[in-house]
Design a protein around this ligand. Structure first.
Ligand SMILES: [Zn+2]
Length: 335
């Protein structure tokens, strides 16, 4: 949390956190750069953050993303803050900074986020949507003081089972989770885009993604763009969809389930109003992989098949159709 001191400024010294010896502190991962960490109890820093939101809105932004939302909580592990404003506030509220720094800075961070949001809402005249980073998609304070979370997930977290468990919890908590994927594996990126959107979240287009190595990754648009076109095409269905406690076995024949498993195609079942939606998420980028024949066990109402990349997927026979393992397809059952 090291915003520059103003528009066009390259100094990072207004309202910064101090260690016990009175030196401005830096995060360990950028040590030596002169990017000093802000103090959430310093009124000049608070003013700077409010101004930065208002400048961004004036510049055309409609949503604000707050990096490092743990603010003063995170700074406890790298030395602060012991500034005069923190000492004064701690004394007033009865905290001993020696033994209760973490509890004190947790309370300070909550106060800072609430004030930032209320002051920017008041100054702009509307509720400013504000997201925050939430490492490993964690919830709780201070993340849930924001409107939604943004997380750079690792390949292991992009597993369908892991994601479904996480998004079931997010839906119960009415929480929106946006992700980026720290992987250059195109097949995994394609699968993750389908999985995350089908589960009720959103994945940012893989452009300039921060990677574990410190480098950046941008996917080739030709391999990705059609998936986002599909997200837009079925957006109303995705928005209306909720989890239900039914599995694909309720809707598909045993032969179909076995064929999907052999092709490693993942399935997600959701309900949108009177419609049941089955997603078949891509398992590979290899377009020579043969299609999988799917038969419905006992359908009710109209069947509709759509696909992200094949122009005309249809139910060709009553209750039977084919999906491509490299594509993202949806089956909608019901009115
Ligand atoms: Zn301080």
């Amino acid at each position: 949390m090291w915003p520059p001191d103003g528009i066009g400024q390259v100094t990072y010294k207004v309202g910064r956190a101090l260690d016990r010896a009175g030196r401005m502190i830096e995060a360990p991962w950028v040590c030596g750069q002169g990017w000093y960490w802000g103090c959430v109890n310093n009124p000049y820093f608070r003013r700077l953050q409010v101004d930065r939101v208002l400048w961004s809105l004036q510049g055309g932004a409609s949503v604000i993303q707050h990096d490092d939302p743990r603010a003063a909580i995170a700074a406890v592990s790298f030395g602060g803050c012991w500034c005069g404003y923190c000492r004064q506030r701690a004394a007033r509220l009865g905290y001993d900074l020696q033994s209760q720094m973490l509890a004190f800075q947790t309370s300070s961070t909550v106060s800072y986020v609430r004030a930032l949001r209320s002051q920017t809402d008041t100054a702009s005249g509307f509720a400013v949507p504000m997201s925050c980073n939430n490492f490993r998609m964690k919830l709780g304070i201070p993340h849930t003081l924001f409107d939604y979370g943004m997380c750079e997930i690792d390949p292991a977290d992009a597993d369908l089972g892991v994601l479904e468990q996480a998004y079931r919890q997010f839906e119960r908590m009415n929480w929106m989770q946006v992700v980026t994927l720290r992987s250059a594996d195109i097949a995994l990126n394609r699968a993750a885009i389908a999985r995350v959107h089908a589960l009720g979240g959103a994945m940012l287009y893989p452009y300039n993604v921060y990677m574990p190595s410190g480098s950046r990754f941008s996917a080739d648009a030709a391999s990705i763009a059609l998936l986002y076109r599909f997200v837009r095409a079925i957006g109303a269905l995705l928005d209306a969809s909720r989890f239900i406690d039914q599995t694909p076995a309720t809707f598909l024949t045993a032969d179909s389930l076995a064929a999907l498993e052999r092709a490693r195609v993942g399935t997600i079942v959701r309900r949108a109003g009177a419609q049941t939606v089955l997603h078949f998420v891509p398992a590979s980028s290899d377009r020579s992989v043969p299609p999988v024949d799917i038969s419905c066990a006992a359908p009710s109402g109209e069947l509709s098949v759509r696909s992200a990349e094949r122009p005309d997927p249809r139910v060709l026979q009553r209750n039977a159709f084919a999906i491509a393992p490299w594509d993202w397809s949806t089956l909608t059952i019901g009115a």
